[in-house]
Design a protein around this ligand. Sequence first.
Ligand code: FAD
Length: 484
Amino acid sequence: MASSSATAAALVWFRRDLRLHDNPALWAAVRSGRPLVCAFIDDPDAVAQLAPGRASRWWLHHSLAALSRSIRQRGGQLVLRRGDTTSELVRLCGETGSSEVFWNRGDNPTRDSGDTALAARLADRGVKARGFASGTLFNPATHLNGSGKPYRVFTPFWKACLRAPEPSAALPAPDRLPGAAVTASDNLEDWSLRPQAPDWASGFSQDWEPGEDGALNRLEAFLANELADYPQSRDRPDEDGTSRLSPHLAWGEISPRTIWHTVRDHAERGGSFQGGEKFLSELGWRDFAIYLAHHFGSLRDENFNRQFDHFPWRSNPAGLDAWKRGQTGIPIVDAGMRQLWTTGWMHNRVRMITASFLIKHLGVHWRDGMAWFEDTLVDADLNVNAASWQWVAGSGADAAPYFRIFNPVTQGERFDPQGLYVHRWVPELTGLSGKAVHAPWTRPANELIAAGISLGQTYPAPVTDLKTGREQALDAYQTMKARA
Ligand code: FAD
């Protein structure tokens, strides 16, 4: 069905790689010298569990709009199709006479095996699939320990990566994308990727500029303003000390190796490399999550440490609901959950605190928290999210030990010492300052009255007593050990 002539179009299938620069599949298609068909397929029947959550779909809408503009500026067209991926790719090949489909391989194990099957189905119809790697700094298939087994601990994994040759240089964006004859495209608006009524994402646009220009601008701003202090300020939710590149990375609007080389070049251009090592090692954690999934399968569904299959999780729908709504009565937890709802993002330190509180103090399975994050984060990344939840739960690879339970009050006092982060997201508590804001239930009645706070009325009383919650968590851990 597809034409084999040298001038047949080359089909570039965009996925979570919504960028023109450092896009190996696009680059190879351009170099083939053929007219291009650039396509994105929204497949509602794609393994349902891998479909993006609602906040991520908001991002996707804007990212596709930005990609479409950039392609048009270079003489091409982004074709949008909704339907079964194989059928749509085959149909597009038929419509445009394409004989080859270029794509960047997914970094999700489920999707990767789907890629192989898809390539075989395309081959049956005379279409050649050309896959490229682009999602990680280092190839997850390489780097094994001395016994030839995959690493389970981050530090030796990362040391092995750093001993390997540096990631290769990033590719430039092609100047021209000569489009094949225009083919029919869906209208992005008709996909209704953005929430309608209520429009709970209305605040997102203030914080984010989806698209690769937004990603590159964000990186430049971070290098100029925040990189040098990153090792100290990255843990402070009351400061803008991190890059906020995560949603751009999750949608592939910037590649990790572009970040790697830009950070290194920044130092060579006379900027500081102070903070660079720490920052790049955080990107290493992202690689590690993908590496684990590559070698051990997805961490979304099962405990990495199977001992945790015996964990006595509690049924606590009221606690889970209060947590989701930022109404637990624990200020730093509520601040984090409201930041998540309002902006689609949460600071890493607070992700750890809120996840620990849900899992340990409320006894709720990490999978429930993971699912909420998948739905509400604009940076939701199935591998990183699952690995991080299991890290907090103690069930993951190189995880924090379960019995090391974060105290949200002392965490708040340490990382938000003036209570500014809590004030921003929990304005009911602005009458309290400093340490007091992190534990309003410990304050004398006259202080609360002066601050305009009535616990249980203007702000919830704690959904659980922290000491009791901690003891219950430790008991549950002992029960698991006895059962395992
Ligand atoms: P920076 O500090 O600027 O770091 C730069 C990049 O390094 C990030 O964009 C990210 O790609 C990577 N990175 C940083 N910290 C980590 C980490 N601990 N693990 C893996 N990669 C990291 N990150 C996601 O991208 N998607 C998720 O779905 C996600 N879910 C999480 C769930 C929990 C419970 C926890 C504790 C962490 C989760 N993280 C997730 C990791 C981390 O919180 C975010 O990557 C980070 O907060 C993003 O902000 P940033 O881009 O400013 O990070």
